[in-house]
Each structure stands twice: as structure tokens, then as C-alpha cells.
Design a binder for this molecule. Structure first.
Ligand SMILES: O=P(O)(O)OC[C@H]1O[C@](O)(CO)[C@@H](O)[C@@H]1O
Length: 479
């Protein structure tokens, strides 16, 4: 293809630094590659490194799940709290929810926000003696995660009364082992991953530890196997039969040729309730760029705004706009032929709703149809004239329905990997670097300087509006 997709795929698999602004290869595929595969980075087969960490994780996860790992007072662990944000939260949280039918033994919680209410409300119902914290951060410097980790550490220490308790209640996942150890975590309990794994592509690495703790290693291996199947399909299928390529091109068609501003992901599957949030980061952080790989300003649209929520809830909130609004919103529907719930009749209702929506979007309802229906209802012609136009559905609104037999761990792995590769395909066609995220940096820097001012530090030059906000806050914040 003209955009050089095959060439970029080869570059990815050859571990070339396709994340050019950070000079890093992009190798999330290595995290689920066959154990005998070879992907060489700096003279090391990274697949071997991946397998070594997986073995270490297996040992740890089994000990916790089989109650061989004890809290400081000798009690087994009951609750896991994942402290992480962005890629260190969204992927694991989405998968844990999706695999709830396979989840046993431990309760897994996620705390991400730097709003103290998040950790406060989570800890309220937990017992420090039986709670294990996973500090999940690629960099181990992320403000939100470190703030939450400090609160959690104090919470455990306040109850335990001795520093050594930390070793029983904290593990870390990071590429920055040194910082994790400095935080007080036993180096044996730091699980490594590597800077060739992007945060939003990292659920397959040790960042997936909360998934492993929730469902066990066998189920996690199934998830990896599903992703590997999709990788094989993506790297070996012809373009016209290649699911991520087709999805990617459909997206580009509506985004660039029909000028769709946004794209909705609507899972008719409660277990995928966090899938839209996950895809938001995957697509918008990967492809929300406005310069080409060479640094020139792009002259076309890149990533759309991704949004959505589960059907049928969305039907009673925003589908009005999908059907009759002025914006064209392409949709992905996701639906399982078989549910995990025992209520089969309810599943029929759910699926019927899903199919009805795509049909309604496509077919719409003409004014003529509306008028004849109103006539049959016995309405007077004056009333029909008044009402008809409001009941017209334009139709011809695009959607893709992805239907699968049942959301097993393997299928979930394939589904996620399919969307990962879709983002890659789109990034290649748009000629942008899908693997950096410089756009999040400015806000982080400004936060630091404002925070210093809150602490009485030097006042910086801000615009008038920001100055007014700072003054208001300092006057009204809790003393
Ligand atoms: O895992 P970390 O290093 O704490 O980063 C969390 C998230 O922050 C980001 O860097 C954006 O700020 C994401 O790309 C990443 O997933």
C-alpha cells in the first residue's frame, strides 16, 4: 500500500525504533509472542526477558491466590488495590471487568485519580492487614500514582506500626526499578517491564498483574494467546481480509472523507463497560497528533474523538443525537452471541436492541412512511403535518457490528489486539507517530508550578484568568 503499511509492520517486528521521538522500538507484540520466538533488542531476545518476568509473576500470583502470601499480622490477602493511571489503570481495569466471570478468590480495586476521594472511598471498606497494593507505573514518577501510593503506605504503617510491614503489602510494576526500591518496596517484589512497551499497550506485561491476581495465570495466558492469534492474523493476512486494516480504513473513510468528528464505541456487553474508556486512551493518545513523523504540520484530520458506553444504557441518553442530530457519528457495536448470565431471555432482549439500532441507523424512516403511519393511527391531517418531520429518521448512518460467540479470555485478547493494530494502521496512513504522547507534558509542568505557589513558593507569571482562579482558591480552600 502507498502509505507503507507493510514496511512499517516489518519495522515493528524488526524492533526498529519506530517511536522516533523517543528513539524506542514498539514491541507490545513481544509480550504475547510464542515462547520460542526471537525479537532482538540490543543483542537480547526480549521474548526471553518477557518469559522470565512471567515466571516470576506466576510464582508471586500463585502464592497470593493460594493464601501463602501473608500480611504483616499473618493473615492472607483478600483485597488487591491497583494504584496506577492511564495505561497503568485503564487496560487492567477494563480486562478485570471483562473477565469477572473468571474471577475468584481476591477482590481487585482500582484507584487512579489524584482526587483524594478516590483512595479514601476505596480504603474505607478495606482492612490493612489483608490488603495488598500494586504500585503500577511505567515511570514511577507519575504524580497521581505516587500521591496515592504515599497515602496507602501511611495507611498501612499507621495500623501496623512498623516499617517492615511495607514489604508484605506493597509490590511494584515499573521500568524504573530504582525508584520503586527507593519508595521502600522490596526489590524482589518489583516486576519489571521495558521502555519498548507503551503505557497504553502494556496490559500484557507485568502491568497486567492485577488481572493475573484476579483470574489466575492460566486465564491470563489465554488472554495472551488470543492476542497472539490476532497478531498472526494481522501480520500474515492479505490486506483485504485483514480485520485491523479493514477497521482502520473504515475509520479513516468516515473521519477523513465524511468529516466525522467523533466515533462511538457501544458495547452491548456489560462486561465491556470500560472498553470505551480504554479505547479513548488507545486511539486518542496514540493518534491525537497534528504533525507528521517528520514533524511537518498535517493537512488532514487525524484521530477522532472516541466516546461511548454500554447499550442499552446509551439508548436512553444520547442515541437521540445519533439518529436525529446534525452530526454524523460512526459507531462500533460489540455484542456476544452468548452471555455469561443465566437470564437467557434478557440476552435476547439485549441483542435485539443492538441489531435494531444498527438497522435503524442504516434504514431510517422517510417522511412518507411517517405520514402513512400517523394516518393509520387516525391522526388528522393538520396534526400529521405538524408532527411528521419530527419523526423522520434520515438513516444512512454508518455502523460496524462486531459479534463474537462468547467473551472468553482468548477472544477478549484478540479483540483488544485488533483495536491496537487498528490504531497502528491509522497512524501509518496518517503518517504520524502513534507511540509518543508529548501532548500530556505541558499540563504536567504547569501543575507543578501552580502547586508550588499553593505551597507559598514563588509566584509565576500567569494569564489573568489563571491568576484569578489561583487567588480564589487560596482564599477559599480548607485551612
Ligand atoms: O505508567 P505511568 O508512567 O505512571 O504513566 C501513566 C500514564 O501517563 C501517561 O504518560 C500520560 O500522562 C500515559 O501515557 C501513561 O499511560
Amino acid at each position: 500500500m502507498e502509505a507503507g503499511l507493510r514496511k512499517m509492520m516489518e519495522k515493528m517486528m524488526n524492533a526498529e525504533p519506530i517511536n522516533t521521538t523517543e528513539d524506542r522500538p514498539v514491541l507490545h507484540v513481544a509480550l504475547r509472542a510464542h515462547e520460542r520466538a526471537k525479537i532482538i533488542v540490543k543483542n537480547k531476545n526480549v521474548v526471553t526477558l518477557v518469559r522470565e518476568v512471567l515466571e516470576k509473576l506466576k510464582f508471586f500470583v500463585t502464592r497470593v491466590r493460594e493464601a501463602e502470601w501473608h500480611g504483616y499480622s499473618g493473615k492472607p490477602i483478600r483485597d488487591i488495590v491497583n494504584l496506577g493511571i492511564g495505561g497503568s489503570d485503564l487496560g487492567p481495569k477494563m480486562v478485570c471487568e471483562a473477565l469477572k466471570p473468571f474471577s475468584r478468590i481476591l477482590n481487585v480495586h482500582f484507584v487512579s485519580n489524584v482526587d483524594g476521594s478516590d483512595i479514601y472511598e476505596t480504603l474505607k471498606s478495606l482492612n490493612p492487614e489483608t490488603t495488598l497494593f500494586v504500585v503500577a507505573s511505567k515511570t514511577f514518577t507519575t504524580q497521581e500514582t505516587m500521591a496515592n501510593a504515599r497515602v496507602a503506605k501511611e495507611w498501612v504503617l499507621n495500623r501496623a506500626g512498623f516499617d517492615e510491614a511495607i514489604a508484605n503489602h506493597f509490590v511494584a510494576v515499573s521500568t524504573n526499578v530504582e525508584a520503586a526500591v527507593k519508595f521502600g518496596i522490596n526489590p524482589e517484589n518489583v516486576f519489571e517491564f521495558w521502555n519498548w512497551v507503551g503505557g497504553r499497550y502494556s496490559l500484557w506485561s507485568a502491568i497486567g498483574i492485577s488481572i493475573m491476581l484476579a483470574v489466575g495465570m492460566d486465564v491470563f495466558e489465554e488472554l495472551l494467546a488470543g492476542a497472539k492469534e490476532m497478531d498472526e492474523h494481522f501480520f500474515s493476512s492479505p490486506i483485504e481480509k485483514n480485520a485491523p486494516v479493514i477497521l482502520g480504513l473504515i475509520g479513516i473513510w468516515y473521519n477523513n472523507f465524511w468529516k466525522a468528528q467523533s466515533y462511538a464505541v457501544l458495547p452491548y456487553d456489560e462486561h465491556l463497560r470500560y472498553f470505551p474508556n480504554f479505547l479513548q486512551q488507545l486511539d486518542m493518545e496514540s493518534n491525537g497528533k497534528s504533525v507528521t513523523r517528520k514533524g511537518d504540520k498535517v493537512e488532514y484530520e487525524t484521530a477522532p474523538i472516541v466516546w461511548g458506553q454500554v447499550g442499552t444504557n446509551g439508548q436512553h441518553a444520547f442515541y437521540q443525537l445519533l439518529h436525529q442530530g446534525t452530526k454524523m457519528v460512526p459507531v462500533d457495536f460489540l455484542v456476544a452471541a452468548e452471555s455469561f448470565s443465566p437470564y437467557k431471555d434478557m440476552h435476547d432482549i439485549l441483542v435485539a436492541n443492538c441489531f435494531a439500532q444498527s438497522e435503524a441507523l442504516m434504514r431510517g424512516k422517510s417522511k412518507k412512511q411517517v405520514e402513512s403511519e400517523l394516518e393509520q393511527m387516525g391522526l388528522k391531517s393538520k396534526k400529521i403535518k405538524k408532527l411528521a418531520q419530527h419523526k423522520v429518521f434520515e438513516g444512512n448512518k454508518p455502523s460496524t457490528t462486531i459479534i463474537y460467540p462468547k467473551l472468553t479470555p482468548r477472544r477478549l485478547g484478540s479483540l483488544i489486539a485488533m483495536y491496537e493494530h487498528k490504531a497502528f494502521v491509522q497512524g501509518v496512513v496518517w503518517d504520524i507517530n502513534s507511540f509518543d504522547q508529548w501532548g500530556v507534558e505541558l499540563g504536567k509542568v504547569l501543575t507543578q508550578s501552580i502547586l508550588n505557589e499553593f505551597k507559598g513558593g514563588k509566584t509565576h507569571q500567569h494569564d489573568a484568568s489563571t491568576m484569578a482562579l489561583i487567588r480564589y482558591y487560596l482564599k477559599h480552600r480548607a485551612k
